[in-house]
Design a protein around this ligand. Sequence first.
Ligand code: FE2
Length: 242
Amino acid sequence: MPLMASRGASATMTIAGVGDPLSPQTGPLVLRIKELEEQHLAFRNSLICAFNQLLDLKDISTGVHSTRLAEWAIRVARKLNIPEEHMYQVEVAALLHDIGKIGVPDAILKKQGPLTSEERALINRHPEYSWSILRLFPGLEDASLYVLHHHENFDGTGYPARLKREDIPIVSRIVSVIDAYDAMVSNRCYRKGLPHTEAVRRLLESAGTQFDMEVVHTFIPIAEQEATEVFAAAGTSTSAAL
Ligand SMILES: [Fe+2]
């Protein structure tokens, strides 16, 4: 899993900044610092995985859902030339953007009928709740801002801050697109997921208003490829299944 794989790279990078070749005096100290850094990162990663598990238990998302979202987010981010050293924050934001839904009562979260304005207002607080959780993790300050803004709309009609266009962090714009696509194609207990082609049509329809057009056009080939692979693995033709 990329979250785990990123651990060693980050630690090595930080240690590399120490500079001089190891001497008999500094060697043990540097190695100890490296060991402590690795322990710290391992602990933080375990906490992130535990929170992801919590989302599963709360039935807010499935493990497959959040892992798939994280993979998509990283692929889109790379295509948009987001620096590689930032991928950890991208991955965490994609995995845990909805962690704040834990603060919304199940009766509202899983209500199948129309929501009252009060209920809708409470659900719309979840990005702030997500931010309030992630900001407590040292080193996840960027990721906490990305989750805070994952429901902003490109035209400024979203929430919580009604940010517009490039004022919305690019990672939040990425999470917004892939989360919407995933929600559209996923089956729920009360409805069947939309076909891939219809989900893509809706993304394109809202590109420039709800979504960042560049992100949508970057993501569609990735979703296209995934759909082809999924249906090939299932032994179905994409034309029939889509
Ligand atoms: Fe959300």
